[in-house]
Design a protein around this ligand. Structure first.
Ligand code: URA
Length: 245
């Protein structure tokens, strides 16, 4: 078993957004930090950062936030953006305020358009992020689209062919799978992440996406009981599901 990394308490908590290192020392002196029920008064102390730390450490009487290495799923609502470059509320504003001050920072795993809802992963683990978005991983992502016009019937074959060229691009899209859900509704599963890909694919077959919702990444589904705007931390089993699906 690999040994858990150790961190100085002042550095760990400062990097988790609890304040400056000086603030953490002040909290420790006040007895506001406890480990296994005992006050931890010396913030220079090194502790092992294990997965059970939130259950063992309290700050101001509250369970410690998840230590570095977290991954979560957010049910992204419509109208919220993944990018600081776009106007409007950011997905980061849906996380606790303290989590926005963490280092390493929490980033989105890829992006959803402002007007796309559904499953969005966020993590502070750069290696995991790259494993998920890497083109080599070819992780399947499923989107439910409602369309402006009824499907003609040939879209599934066009998307599956692996020859569809999007406007302004030089490489055809990889094969994608279309499941027709109704005259103007379909689930499209793609393994790439090109810019506005799903909207552009339907535009390429003469249609227009009116609403778009991602409900699956790899083998991980957006749970029906996770309301828009809410998030849930993922465990090792969920992460395995992302890659196992
Ligand atoms: N394809 C799109 O067009 N938009 C998204 O948000 C995701 C995939």
């Amino acid at each position: 078993m690999s040994k858990a990394p150790t961190f100085r308490v002042d550095r760990l908590l400062a990097n988790m957004g609890y304040g400056s290192r000086r603030d953490i020392h002040a909290l420790a002196r006040l007895g506001a930090i406890t480990l296994d029920g005992a006050e931890l008064t010396d913030a220079d102390q090194r502790i092992a950062v294990t997965a059970d730390l939130p259950a063992r450490m309290r700050v101001d009487g509250q369970a410690l936030d998840p230590p570095p290495g977290l991954i979560l799923m957010l049910h992204k609502p419509l109208g919220v953006t993944c990018s600081h470059k776009e106007a409007g509320p950011l997905v980061y504003e849906l996380l606790p305020a303290r989590w926005r001050r963490r280092d390493p920072a929490i980033s989105t795993v890829g992006r959803l358009d402002k007007e796309t809802s559904g499953l969005l992963l966020m993590t502070d683990d750069g290696a995991l992020l790259h494993r998920i978005i890497s083109p080599k991983a070819k992780l399947a992502k499923s989107y439910v689209a409602t369309l402006a016009r009824p499907l003609k019937g040939d879209e599934g074959a066009v998307f599956a062919a692996g020859t569809l060229m999007l406007e302004g691009e030089e490489k055809p899209l990889l094969p994608a799978e279309l499941e027709v859900l109704g005259p103007t509704q379909a689930r499209l599963t793609i393994t790439e992440g090109r810019y506005h890909q799903v909207r552009r694919m339907f535009a390429a077959v003469g249609n227009h996406v009116e609403t778009l919702h991602r409900d699956r990444i790899g083998g991980l589904d957006l749970p029906a009981d996770l309301a828009p705007g809410r998030f849930r931390l993922l465990g090792a089993g969920d992460v395995a599901r992302i890659f196992g699906g």
